[in-house]
Design a protein around this ligand. Sequence first.
Ligand code: ADP
Ligand code: ZN
Length: 721
Amino acid sequence: MTNKQLREQAYKTLHDVFGYTAFRPMQEDIIMTLLEGRDAFVLMPTGGGKSICYQIPSLLRDGTGIVVSPLISLMKDQVDSLTACGVRAAYYNSSLKATQAKEVLERFASGELDLLYVAPERLLSKSFMQKMEQVKIAMFAIDEAHCVSQWGHDFRPEYVRLGELREHFPHVPMLALTATADEHTREDVTKRLKLEKARRFVASFDRPNIRYLVAEKRQPLTQILQFLEGWPKASGIIYCLSRKRVEDLAVNLQRHGIRAAAYHAGMPGRTREKVQDDFLRDRVKVIVATIAFGMGVDKPNVRFVIHHDLPKSIESYYQETGRAGRDGLESEALLLYGSGDVNLVRRLIENVENPEQRRVEVHKLNGMVGFAEALTCRRRVLLGYFGEALEEDCGNCDICLDPPETYDATELAELALQCVRELNGEYGMGYVIDVLRGSNNARIREQGHDKLKSYGRGHDINADEWTSILRQLVHHGYFVQDISRRAAMRPTKKAEKIGVSGEPIILARYKPGIRRELRRLGKAKDEALFNKLVELRQQLADEEDMAPHVLFSDVTLTEMSQVKPQDMASLSRISGLGQHKLDAYGERLLALIREHVAESPDAEEQADQDIPKLIAKGPPVNDNQAYTYSLYRKGMSVEENAAHQGISKATVLNHYIALIRAAHYIDVPAYFGDKFDTLMQELDDADPYASLSEIKQDLSIETTNEEFRLLLAWREAIGVA
Ligand code: ADP
Ligand code: ZN
């Protein structure tokens, strides 16, 4: 088969089996590499869409695809999800009874399986290796590949021998996948798996659908309750530093009517399993947990992750927040940040014996504090930490959405410096503030600090505001807090420049409360219909004994509640509905939607309008264009789409043009709104001998070059030009 034919087949499978219209960035190239019989190494963040990269080649190549994964608990969900798409898949691990295991092996031996998930120790058993020699193997996928390396954070001894596969099966293509690997681990993994020649794919670590928010921690319970009001019915995780906090918070949330449950390593294994299962099956909405929770929990529709306490490093923060929004839908990560936490973590670090390790941990904590106190785009700070540079601010973090007001704080900084100096660098932040504000407290009087020149000179600024100022000054490196002496504030060398260099010190204006404002998406979903669909999903999932999200993702339900398809043809255009699911559940979905539309007259108005059929005039779209399309389909406007990806509006419009030329539907009339009809009319009337730039100039409505080309592409695609 030629490359072109292979590519077409991959697209067809993506569409018919999985119900998706476009590949995500890199998926297509990875799949093609395997289809050409070569090895690949893939580093992609959680939720990036790794599974399809081995599922499609396994379906298209002769024989069975073998997937090795250490996470036995996830295998059933994965196999359920494939079975629901009509794929012949099974798993082979220690959770199977002897008769079940035998049956799986028989199906494998008779070549009946497209995919087989295997636990590593089973795979490397003599008998299974022999079996594999006799059966045709399509490919090997090594999931969570970082587990082979001792440098990674999750080393599994049973993974080490996986390198043998390359020797025994030199001609079977192999794919190693991971979401967490630094350079060092990556080298080690490729070496141990003997994948030196593999093509490497390193995806961006950005998770554009996660909105990063940081709020000053004041009254955490109230703040969390307030935050949860914005996410009624949604699933989320709240991380706390200690078991005690976990338990207290879970009880408090339950008292406020929230379906919350606690999870930490001190609970009996059985209880933990039940909590986890209740969460996966949407019986529990909010998990309050220590960091023990998460590894091996693959729930795509977690809408928010809250950090009640400060994580110890950006790596852990990134991994924990990364559990939100794996389905690509809008999600939020909220960090409650209090200076008390910083001191608490610092004290924990002080107990670390090994000085080298202590140094590393302090460094990591400082990185985290830097993130929390940043006044620039959070995503920029986060990705910068992982060595990735953002071209533009992200537009989807608290700083971007609500940029802090800045002001010249030079005089205040001078005052603070004076006070700290007068106190000989021996007192902590709280005391410094008390002196500045002229507090009438006994300790200050006893020490005679009410006689200092700076005493009371900052009385017109409240304590919270002073805290914010001093903290920012620490963050900017003018002061340090000496952890060996109860966090005493001391000026640094840089402080000598305060007020001297003539350069103003610009700080962010203090602002209490959570800075969050949910941006509305372009096409609002019908909440009532969405909720009915969620109920139906629960019912169907119970009938099939599956987790609800395994059957239909939230993306699929959201699209249905936006588009409201009322016949099989429009239903089949919904993302995530392949042929098998349409056959099995299509009628019941349609019945529910039709009933809903009949019951609510205003729903009818917005119901699926007849979408014009577009004619393909251009080449198929590339990954970037496909990604733009997937965001468009989620209802984003051009601006939101651009902000989401950190690209310009013009680039998004260029993607639209390519998409339309490839016969993807983009609602161009809606983009131009009232102006559309006029523009189309004027184009119809244009002088057939005029050049395009002349035509553009003659339009009564000004358009950018991209907008003009968008109109032309549309006319071409609907067949009028
Ligand atoms: P990972 O293994 O990288 O964490 P998954 O393979 O579980 O990610 O994919 C995350 C989600 O994205 C799943 O719900 C999956 O169905 C969906 N997905 C993957 N590829 C596509 C695609 N090309 N179009 C739409 N959705 C996709
Ligand atoms: Zn930002």
